[in-house]
Design a protein around this ligand. Structure first.
Ligand code: PLP
Length: 391
């Protein structure tokens, strides 16, 4: 279709870098190209995951690979609800949870369920580029609002962007690409501003909180939850990052247990999970993750990588907001034209993604969910680019 052709030409920065990487590796050899463009975690799943997978495979229960209710297994949904209850203090039950094909599947199901054609969804730049397409998939209109220069929530800017057609505000904390975690005070202020707008317009506005990096936070931080601040909150989440399972496509949607319209919303989500063609989240993964809700990859390893990169890059003169979570850095580009700077780094066989791919030109994204060898190898290229452009 024309829309798909146009979208493929406009977007796809991460994919494009991936292809450049393949070409450079063919030319210079695998070990001489430092690809920091992809958010594909190298961390293997925790031992508890493989132990449970083996246990299940060694004594398969009859029917464990059949169709199930479209919301997922009640026992798995209960396990997710129990985890959320302990993390938020709210009385989650299995009826508040729908298992999904990752956070991407979850976001599409939610948007399909709540949007009428032309409804607006506010997203905050820098943002995960796929949000634009997820919203457009369901005939919504993305409305981009900037965060502060430090990538924090700008509540006044969000408030000013809300219209009678606003149906949702999407949050992503820890953020891809900035690594920023929104503090509880800002979330509370945002919730107040949205509530006032609802009263002004007689509308209902959801916060969709995309939280796949919720457990990847540093410096002993406790995750600032959105749920306690706003009843029209829908969380989308996945085990792609916290259990290192991006290829297994396992995630969930959680509805606030106090939301007045939750029965209708739940039915809508289940219907959309079915008719968007997901049908249900993968059965085997639902069996496994049920038992490993408390496990996660070694977050200390990611923190070590963050510290290494942050210290080295700031030492070279790059301007970087120190990430509090996720596994990305989003430095300011020494050249106003981030695409030109990314091309300059390519000359040194270092691959990163221009900020324009995240709605924030003038920056670039580094992914550090990579082997130390790649991060260390990239330092020379960063240093030479700094000498050239930061003087
Ligand atoms: N949301 C954000 C912010 C992400 O960074 C990603 C993946 O990188 C996703 C959603 C999609 O996650 P999943 O692989 O669970 O669909």
């Amino acid at each position: 279709s024309e829309y798909v052709n146009r979208s493929m030409q406009e977007g796809g920065w991460i994919r494009r870098m991936f292809e450049v990487g393949i070409a450079l590796k063919a030319q210079y050899g695998e070990d001489n190209v430092f690809d920091l463009s992809l958010g594909n975690p190298i961390m293997e799943p925790p031992a508890a995951f493989h132990a449970e997978l083996l246990r299940i495979a060694q004594s398969p229960a009859p029917g464990m690979h059949r169709y199930m209710p479209n919301a997922g297994y009640p026992e798995t949904r209960q396990a997710v609800a129990d985890t959320l209850a302990s993390e938020t203090g709210l009385p989650f039950g299995a009826g508040d949870i729908v298992m999904t094909c990752g956070a991407a599947g979850a976001a599409n199901v939610v948007l399909r369920a709540i949007l009428n054609a032309g409804d607006e969804v506010i997203i905050l730049s820098p943002f995960f580029a796929e949000y634009i397409y997820y919203i457009q998939n369901h005939n919504g209109v993305p409305v981009i609002v900037s965060t502060t220069p430090e990538f924090d929530l700008d509540v006044a800017a969000v408030e000013a962007a809300i219209t009678p057609r606003t149906r949702a505000v999407m949050l992503n904390s820890p953020n891809n690409p900035s690594g920023v975690v929104y503090p509880e005070t800002d979330i509370a202020a945002l919730a107040d501003a949205i509530t006032q707008a609802e009263e002004r317009y007689g509308s209902e506005i959801f916060i969709i909180s995309d939280e796949p990096y919720r457990r990847i936070i540093y410096d002993d931080m406790t995750y600032p939850q959105v749920f306690p601040h706003y009843e029209r909150t829908i969380v989308v989440n996945s085990h792609a990052k916290d259990l290192g399972l991006p290829g297994e496509r396992i995630g969930h949607i959680a509805i606030h247990p106090g939301y007045a319209g939750k029965a209708e919303l739940f039915d809508g989500l289940v219907f959309c999970n079915r008719v968007l063609g997901f049908v249900n989240a993968p059965a085997l993964m639902q069996h496994v993750v049920r038992a490993v809700q408390d496990a996660s990859v070694d977050v200390g390893e990611y923190q070590r990588k963050r510290d290494f990169l942050y210290d080295r890059l700031t030492g070279m003169g790059y301007s970087v907001v120190k990430p509090q979570g996720a596994f990305y850095l989003f430095p300011r580009s020494p050249l106003a034209d981030d695409e030109a700077f990314v091309a300059a780094l390519q000359e040194y066989n270092v691959l990163v993604v221009p900020g324009k791919g995240f709605g924030t030109p003038g920056h670039f994204r580094i992914s550090y969910c990579l082997e130390d060898r790649v991060l260390e190898g990239a330092m020379d290229g960063f240093a030479r680019a700094a000498e050239q452009y930061l003087g």
